[in-house]
Write a protein that binds this ligand. Sequence first.
Ligand SMILES: [Zn+2]
Length: 283
Amino acid sequence: MRLENNQKKKKTKWWIALGAGVTIFAGASLGALSAYNWSPEQAIEGLFGTSQQQILQSEHEQRNIDEDVKEIKQSESEPADDESELPAEDEDIEETPPAEEQEPRTPETIEEPTYVKGVLIANKEYPLPAGYAPGEDPEARASYNEMQEAAAAAGHSLVAFSTYRSYDYQIDLYNNYVAQHGQEEADRFSARPGYSEHQTGLGFDIGAEGQEEHWASDSFKDTPEAKWLAENAHLYGFILRYPAGKEQITGYQYESWHFRYIGKDLAGKVHNSGLTLEEYLGI
Ligand SMILES: [Zn+2]
């Protein structure tokens, strides 16, 4: 009797399980049909990732149906999980710092200048804070004076006609250039405010005394002073910052008069490498 009863119980359980499975299957199919406007075949494929025929073949196998029921239960419970997780995800997005880092780097948004391997960088990619106003760098000036003396001994009279320029000064300068040449042309030779190396106090525009017509002019490159500087400036810590043929890298056309102080040791290395500062630093 017990055995029979157990068998009956087992049979009953089997039918209940099968009934439950089919009911859930039908309910889910109808739900999918109404929710997504699926055809019956699409609904089955969407729910089980198998064709209708494969489902019918396995319908008589309790184990398979049980697995399907599990799948349905999982898929039914998923939307609820998603809903409960959604607000948490929203909070995460709001609290994640990278959202702030994605802000464009402009002189108005950054607070500190960028140093790469200890070298202060100011170019079209790395602006300076609008309020960064260090004035002319004393070490750069001392080295320049030393260079000026050496040049004089070689028969060249140098003038540093533009060194430190403030953010506000650069606003006026850039706007004047744009008015005269248009913005596209002005951007090739003049930095926008906050992007000028002159704001670092380390950029020196150098010319020959009494030859103002060549100052900040392409014609300077053919003067004896320009040639002397190109060969010797690195000995005093200055590099020719915007060499010929490197506009795509530095962002500026050849400026035979613009030198940047980076210290004697590094200037020698950059000069001997034949690379621009950007290339040398790998930025
Ligand atoms: Zn300059």
